[in-house]
Design a protein. Sequence first.
Length: 255
Amino acid sequence: MSERALSFGAIAEAYERFRPGYPEELLGLVTAYAARPLRTALEIGAGTGKATRLFARPGVEVTATEPDEAMLAELRRHVPANVRTVRAAFEDLRPDRGYGLVYAAAALHWTAPRGRWSRVAALLEPDGVFASFGGPFRPADPAVEEAVRVARSPFLADDDVPSPDGTPPGSDMQWPGTELRRSRWFTDVRQAVVERRLLLSARDYIGHLSTVSAYLVLPAPERELAFDRIARVLPETVELTADITVHLARRRHER
């Protein structure tokens, strides 16, 4: 898993180009759950700032943390002036203040599990809110999805990131909600889904796959061959199911 976690820096520009941003509905979901103005926020694993731009609104001071310098450099080109950037892995953060919101966009699964929730809690104000969100991108047409699966099968059985705690995909509560419910640091754990559909050209869909960690860790010749095989089975445009699963929790009062 660590190899996949460290695979993104070489493709920072492609990540910025081919990964979509996040919809306003997601921001509304988080702020409604918080039920109070969010003035400060810290982002874990900000990447090129796709989610940073959603939360960095006037009156909100966002601290975006990211361990990879290339990703962070790309982020700095796109975020507003009220964003503070810090090059650091989540495990290396040392809280010097409490934040009203700590969030992770398609990044939490790359963090070390040991002590994860106590570290998040230490970054939050009392009653502060934690949010984690993300989800896989899949061809909406089952026939296209199957054709892509067959095309990549000599190289990858699956290109998803497996659930860190082994929760099956069909379970009512998905990770990290499963861990949040067991954690003594958090309460009021909720899960919601923001439905999203994307329409990409075949070329841009391959571009998106070029930013997916499962492909990034393949040897370059295999990766290019996999992309070539997948490209051959795609229609001119690819509709994707790209629903965003959101987990929300509130820091529990210490006793």
